[in-house]
Ligand binder design. Sequence first.
Ligand code: PGA
Length: 272
Amino acid sequence: MGMAASEKHETCNMKHETSEKLIVANWKMNPQTFKEAERLFQKVQEALDGISGILVVLCPPFPYLKCFKGFRLGAQDCFWEQGGAYTGAVSPAMLQDIGCEYVIIGHSERKQYFGETDEIISKKIFAALKAGLQVVLCVGEDSRDSFDGSGRWTGELDPKIKEQLVGALSDVKKSQIKNIAVAYEPVWAIGTGHPATTDDVLSAKIFIKKIVGDLYGRRVAERVRILYGGSTNRKNAVSFVKDGGVDGLLVGGSSLDIDEFIAMIRSIHENT
Ligand code: PGA
């Protein structure tokens, strides 16, 4: 990859300011070849030239992480131990060592297919923060029960979100919260083509901030970054930021459709 362009991108994408929007691309177990990963990286790199005020973090599968310098990279998971006899596991320190800055923890697919519990998530967060990584913590209810037939929030978000958040943050100190972004990812909206409404997202954001406030105080809650994830695309991206009030997005499917992903970044860049 052309290092000059990469370095340029890195420079313009360097600061961690809370006003900057954070767009995290979760590629999940895609793409299937290195060649295709290279194509995706290259296209994102070209598109990011000249974009400021947005932090774009690419989270490819583990094997592709080391191959692309000059990007802000994230892993999709990590283990909680630093090393040893844990077949198949990757430690946060290893990620940090290869230049990875972020890690997604607690994604609902990890819960669904790998049996992750709130306790496991808490241990992973503790280890990731200790290794100096930025954590994108996913929380979200399974069903849409908190919303009535016309899609309006009934006033009670699933207590599960509170349980998930309190469990995940159990070993996190107040001073570490700045290194966590909480992604509200209602499970029913992930990969379904049926995103939450901006009202849902705003309600969830307020709810999450209230829980963080109860745990760490209002000032900390005010600063904690909240993302939304679940069927985001170029048509709805701006509305989640503007009307849903979130600080950014965690993007799954649309992040693999590079034209779509770039259009999302551009629209947020131009309209928020
Ligand atoms: P989606 O996935 O954008 O494809 O709904 C979001 C996620 O799983 O993080």
